[in-house]
Design a protein around this ligand. Sequence first.
Ligand code: PLP
Length: 427
Amino acid sequence: MKQENNLNQNTSISSYLRETKYSETLLINQMSLLRAENKDEVYKFGFGQSPFPIPESICRSLAENAHRKEYMSVQGHFPLRQAIAGFHKEKENKIWQAENMIVGAGSKILLFCVMAAFQEAEVLLAAPSWVSYEPQAKLAGHKVSWLETNFDDRWRITPEQLETFCQNRDSPDTPLIFVFNYPSNPTGQSYSDNELQALAAVMKKYQVIVIADEIYSLLSYDIDKLFKNTLETYYPEGCIVSSGLSKWCGAGGWRLGFLHIPPQLTGLLAAVIGIASETYSCAPSPIQVAATEAYENIAVANVFLKDQISLLNKISIYCTEKLSEVGVKVHKAEGGFYLFPDFSVFSEKLKGQNISTSEQLMHQLMEQTGVALLPGSAFGLPSSSLTARLAFVDFNDEKFVDTDISSYDFEKIKQGINRLCQWLTEL
Ligand code: PLP
């Protein structure tokens, strides 16, 4: 009898649970697995993680520090914060103090901690944007607003757009948090120095709190840009910067990220540390020590980055050219590992196949060609936009063991792109 009561209690909790979206990434992965089980070829352009092996010296450091079992400070190992500040000073001219930084178990949880630190805020996102910003803002109880971008603006927001939004806010006194990600996931696009300066002027004027998600910045293909200015140069007092080991060091699963929070945002760092202390406590200690080695050894990072950038740029050019040849609208990536093709020129032909949304397009593509993409709707665009994210990192990383990364022949990616182009031309 008692057990029955418990069961009833369990079934009735569903109406109290938070709504979470079933992730398109998981759906596409499931479809890929099904196809792979049938021994059909799958081109995994849906899921983007760094394919490059972590440099050997950094892995060795992790092995040597496996015994580190102590909790570290919630804010993060001080030598690591110092090493990160030194590294980003050298690479991007950042002027950071370790005291204003926090290290956590990936930058994702830290982004959430920033949002959760506000009792009330409005979170502004560009559409398309990385999939987790909106759910995080909603979990923190905030209103989410969008600035929709378009192909002609290379999927980037303009200062005029931001100004119009700021001028017309319903509650201008509520803090506005703008998540600004460049180079972008999902578009691969970035901003010029002048564009950053113009955007920063509007942000400053309206005291926007910016989270500059610069997790892909070290994978900017134009190396000269790395030594130039960032958004923070023009708006240091309002710009929180987030980054970590996941992309440039190929170590997403190590879960190591950080934030730099300007002291002018009084109380915010303390609030974030407070939330971190009540949730994950600290990033894993052995990882923090190995990460210190990664950030201290700039020479190793430089070689590793140069090779990756050279290969990623080559693949981006290949994919962009091939897709453009068959009429797809797409901009070459400026950093990271994503393209954001727009298939709207095929809309009439696709309609003939009962395809009028980006989700339908991805499902048909997967079924008929084995090419997995993520629909533009997963990133905040309307379903009708016929856009997708294409992550061009589907290669077998074991091959890198004996191969120089920069000269790798990305055969699998070429096959997938050709398959996609063939499907489009046969519509
Ligand atoms: N920001 C963007 C744009 C990302 O693509 C990712 C990871 O995919 C993250 C943040 C989170 O990175 P991590 O939590 O691994 O530091």
